[in-house]
Write a protein that binds this ligand. Structure first.
Ligand SMILES: Nc1ncnc2c1ncn2[C@@H]1O[C@H](COP(=O)(O)OP(=O)(O)OP(=O)(O)O)[C@@H](O)[C@H]1O
Length: 362
């Protein structure tokens, strides 16, 4: 699905290569964390996959295509098969939630009827049903990131690239985003995520590729974050250490891969997202469960308990009739970070041809 062969990237005017003879193979359906200290080359790696940049030497294949053979004119078409999520959301400030997501489909020529079905379905999946008419500045940070994820998956990409998608979010909101990405991966979409979030990486036990000064220094099938960003526990006060351990336990409960409940959630989420390999079906599951409900409810009760570090997380408690759990309704107001310009469309693999309005259907 993604293949780097002896890839080196050296930016103009720099002495050391940002990436140095990288070999990397990521198969269809994998969830891969790319970790490493600041400046180790994570974003460079994602930019090369997205064909935003070209390697100085070496070969890159993505989704069966040799990127060196794609002409600049064809790059937007290539990018349509990739979903991208960034730390700063990059929503269009002057468009509603609906229109931000619809924009992706509109510029690639999907019919109005298709858009008016696919967008609400995708918004429901990410827990934003009912917020279609809001503008980005009327949303919390977590909600904005969910809009960005909806925009990234609405075109059913085979690969989702996420560059620090939780970097601007509080821990609880980040956890919701991680669960969403995990569920998207469970549907068959390959997810590659660059992150500094040690706790999530440690607990999710997915493949971890660690970069150091542009070199792959570790590639673990079920790895942890490693020492690159660990907080030395000895430097914490007793209270600090207890709080840290408690929040880790909360996250572990919510994401641990060996918990049967999580498997069931994955299955439910995969059902909600569709079974077609590599693609996400925007229809709800047969049981009518939206993705947000399928993956989030148990977490809400754990998080509520996180305030008391001496209390173990309670058992799961379903909240009858509750479509979107409290956890998915973050009340933290965040600084809205939006992209205003047309370069945004190009980066997302969209042409910036015409930009008519697509009205919300509800
Ligand atoms: N456009 C550029 N021109 C010159 N040097 C660059 C450019 N982009 C990145 N670099 C350099 O390449 C190296 C890798 O940067 P990159 O952004 O890939 O790291 P990163 O691991 O994503 O870092 P961070 O975690 O801080 O986002 C760094 O030394 C950086 O300064």
């Amino acid at each position: 699905m993604i293949l780097f062969e002896n890839v080196t990237k050296k930016y103009r005017g720099t002495q050391k290569p940002a990436l140095d003879a990288i070999d990397l193979k990521i198969d269809r359906g994998e969830f891969v964390f790319i970790v490493g200290a600041s400046g180790s080359g994570k974003s460079s790696c994602l930019r090369l996959i997205l064909r935003e940049d070209r390697p100085s030497s070496g070969q890159i294949h993505v989704a069966g295509q040799d990127l060196s053979k794609i002409s600049s004119r064809k790059v937007p078409y290539f990018r349509r098969g990739l979903g991208t999520v960034f730390q700063d959301f990059r929503l269009l400030a002057n468009k509603t939630v609906f229109d931000n997501v619809a924009f992706t489909l509109q510029v690639i020529g999907k019919s109005r009827g298709f858009i008016q079905e696919a967008v609400p379905d995708t918004l429901e999946m990410v827990g934003l049903a009912g917020k279609a008419k809001r503008f980005p500045h009327e949303l919390s940070g977590g909600e904005q990131q969910r809009v960005a994820i909806a925009r990234a998956i609405v075109n059913k990409p085979a690969i989702l690239l996420a560059d620090e998608p939780t970097g601007n979010l509080d821990p609880a909101t980040s956890l919701g985003i991680m669960q969403l990405l995990k569920a998207i991966n469970a549907s068959g979409t390959t997810v590659v995520m660059a992150t500094h979030e040690a706790t999530f990486v440690d607990i999710m036990q997915q493949r971890v590729v660690e970069l150091s000064q542009g070199v792959v220094v570790r590639d673990d099938v079920e790895g942890g974050y490693g020492h690159t960003a660990s907080i030395p526990i000895a430097e914490l006060t007793d209270t600090g250490a207890r709080v840290l351990r408690t929040s880790e336990e909360v996250v572990r409960q919510a994401l641990a891969p060996d918990v049967e409940r999580i498997r069931e959630q994955d299955a439910a989420a995969a059902g909600a997202l569709g079974s077609e390999a590599g693609f996400i079906d925007p229809l709800p599951s047969a049981a009518g469960e939206p993705l947000a409900e399928a993956i989030e409810d148990p977490l809400a009760s754990h998080l509520e308990d996180a305030s008391d570090p001496n209390q173990p997380p309670p058992p799961d408690e379903a909240v009858p009739g509750k479509r979107i759990p409290t956890f998915l309704e973050p009340d933290v107001e965040s600084t809205v970070q939006v992209a205003e310009s047309g370069g945004f469309a190009e980066r997302l693999g969209l042409s910036d041809e015409h930009e008519g309005n697509v009205g919300p259907t509800r």
